[in-house]
Design a protein around this ligand. Structure first.
Ligand code: FEO
Length: 400
């Protein structure tokens, strides 16, 4: 049975949700599932904007057939060539022999790499920055947004209705459970955490490119944003753009402290707990504590996008950083995280080195300000360590 939703008289959501997949990109936990959004414009010509992942291809085909209601499909717009949006390109290609694929030069380079046996002769329309495609009353204009996840990404702007088809930008993890518009959810409770985790881990590395795209779009009148994952935005665009502006400039959303600790036998955990409670005593109550061994790194990355202050507490392990902590720091580096205020706690029983190693890892990131003093624990927290942590907490408070 089809499950489609109208966005306007002539625009329809024809995507679907996957709640069976455990790991998005076989990497990121998605306990609330994920949606793959596809859109259909019905005008003198018909156009689909992006397809879906193979996991929901059957649902997508039912939705498309219902939406077209016997009409042929004239255009397939390819805003993004990652396979979670491209699994059904071939199905459409052979089902609609007159359908033209619309993309930029890079789109078709990548398409040919993934779909080697497709003969694209006279089946493509190659567009460049600012080009338009008229469907009747609707006109799509194309803007290149390279590396707003992949190099071929482009955004399609429908001029008559002010609708932006934004590819991965403005997307979110989470299945669509009936509500598909931003004004049908409590955004702070039902969108923000997964929207931030999606941004931080999927697009987070490309802050500069997101900033460039935001600048490019600033001259357009945008009334609706249709991303490839998650809800459609039509009422709270300023809220969304403010979040994106902060995340893409690596500006913390909140004056808050995230404490990340690794602990083999509880002693480094003890230091992390002491820090959290000492900060609370000082009135800093926006504090979150994470065990790096038990928390998937994608959630910690998301918290780093939220919090202004970070504490890393690690045992020395194999003459370096505890592996789970090392993984977090490596991911931060890979995603280009920057502009945070840091506190460090090292532990070591006979040859503590991880403090220096963590300093070196953080030095490879931009504008990470380490607060003094670093806490150097020898096996378990001493009275001297407690006093040092008191000073660090006080310095953290003063830096907020
Ligand atoms: Fe949802 Fe970059 O693909």
């Amino acid at each position: 049975m089809h499950c489609v939703r109208s966005i306007s008289d002539s625009l329809m959501w024809i995507g679907g949700s996957d709640r069976r997949l455990s790991l998005f990109e076989n990497l990121f936990p998605i306990p609330q599932g994920v949606s793959y959004n596809s859109y259909l414009i019905l005008d003198e010509k018909t156009a689909v904007l992006d397809t879906v992942d193979s996991s929901i291809s059957h649902q997508f085909m039912e939705n498309l057939s219902h939406g077209l209601n016997g009409r042929p499909l004239d255009y397939l717009i390819l805003n993004h060539m990652e396979p979670d949006h491209c699994a059904t390109i071939q199905d459409l290609f052979y089902r609609f022999p007159n359908m033209v694929l619309v993309g930029n030069a890079k789109t078709f380079t990548i398409l040919k790499q993934f779909h080697r046996d497709m003969d694209l002769t006279e089946r493509t329309l190659v567009v460049k920055e600012g080009d338009t495609l008229t469907l009747g009353k609707h006109t799509l204009q194309f803007f290149m947004a390279p590396m707003v996840h992949w190099p071929e990404v482009m955004l399609s702007y429908e001029q008559t209705t002010g609708t932006l088809f934004s590819a991965d930008a403005f997307g979110s993890f989470g299945a669509l459970d009936g509500a598909i518009f931003d004004d049908e959810l409590d955004l702070a409770k039902q969108w923000l955490a997964e929207g931030r985790r999606y941004y931080g881990n999927i697009v987070g590395k490309y802050g500069l490119q997101v900033q460039a795209a935001l600048k490019k779009l600033s001259g357009l009148t945008i009334k609706t944003i249709c991303p490839l994952h998650g809800i459609i935005w039509r009422s709270n665009l300023n809220y969304l753009l403010e979040k994106y502006s902060a995340w893409s400039s690596y500006t913390a959303e909140e004056k808050a402290v995230a404490i990340f600790y690794g602990s083999m036998y509880g002693n480094t955990q003890n230091a992390a707990n002491y820090m959290a409670h000492r900060l609370g005593q000082l009135g800093v109550t926006n504090v979150a504590v994470y065990d790096v061994s038990k928390t998937d790194v994608s959630y910690m990355i998301s918290e780093i996008f939220r919090c202004s202050h970070l504490v890393f507490a690690s045992p020395t392990y194999n003459n370096g950083i505890y592996p789970a902590m090392d993984n977090l720091l490596h991911d931060m580096q890979a995603l280009g995280l920057q502009n945070r205020t840091i506190g460090l706690i090292e532990n070591g029983t006979w040859a503590p080195t991880c403090g220096k190693s963590m300093q070196a890892a953080l030095a490879s990131m931009k504008n990470m300000t380490q607060l003094e003093p670093m806490v150097a624990i020898r096996s378990s927290v001493s009275e001297e360590n407690r006093e040092t942590m008191d000073v660090l907490c006080q310095n953290m408070l003063e830096s907020m």
